[in-house]
Design a protein around this ligand. Structure first.
Ligand code: PCA
Length: 213
């Protein structure tokens, strides 16, 4: 008997801020290559560009028509996987994007709602990651850079198109090789540990979790 499979879009970002790797790019590719049982994962790597990043997300969303969307990004210097609760309608880039563009105190969507909540099962995902022995936490906000912009764009698009599928953003710690490249090392997480956590989190998604669409 064929078993029902859940289609996920999992996005990552290209490297940024002078780094040559991004854990989110590697994690999205690895998850798509070896997905947890019952899941079919389409990966998409987004440019760290204020216009092209959100546009690439919307293109991937339209072409894959997923039942769940999980966007991944790097939050270097955070010691644990962060399940983002809120996307703010605010851009205030602390560093330029990869095209050299900076945005200060602008909305993601003019006249859009102030914020959107993640619709992923965050508490269940947190519990699953911690049970797997992976450092993880809930995080109030995805910040005010590209990751927040993509999370807001995602949730705004789904709201505007009246699609109530589980969707949200997860920030990942930097990889050890990134801290090794600096003279002031900081807490990191190996890709293996990150993937263990993400696989546990994805295991909380069942076809019934996405049936609300
Ligand atoms: N992290 C950045 C943008 C790209 C990424 O991986 C952020 O936290 O906004």
């Amino acid at each position: 008997m064929p078993t029902e499979q859940l289609h996920l879009l999992v996005t990552g970002f290209e490297p940024f801020g002078g780094s040559v790797v991004n854990p989110s790019e590697q994690a999205a590719a690895a998850l798509a290559q070896t997905p947890p049982p019952g899941l079919i994962i389409t990966p998409a790597i987004l440019p760290v560009d204020r216009l092209q990043g959100p546009a690439a997300l919307l293109t991937a969303l339209k072409s894959t028509q997923p039942q769940v969307v999980i966007c991944l990004g790097e939050a270097s210097r955070r010691p644990a996987i962060s399940l983002e609760r809120v996307a703010l309608n605010l851009l205030d880039y602390r560093i330029p994007d990869n095209s050299g563009q900076t945005v200060i105190d602008e909305p993601v969507v003019p006249d859009g709602p102030a914020a959107y909540f993640s619709t992923l099962p965050l508490r269940a995902m947190l519990a699953a990651m911690q049970a797997a022995g992976v450092p993880a936490e809930l995080s109030l906000s995805a910040g005010d850079y590209l990751c927040n912009q993509v999370m807001y764009t995602l949730l705004h698009h789904l709201a505007e198109t009246r699609r109530s599928i589980p969707a949200g953003f997860i920030h990942l710690p930097a990889l050890p090789i990134q801290a090794a490249a600096t003279s002031t090392p900081y807490a990191t997480q190996s890709l293996e540990m990150t993937l263990l956590g993400l696989r546990a989190a994805l295991g909380t998604l069942t076809p019934s979790a996405a049936a609300a669409e």
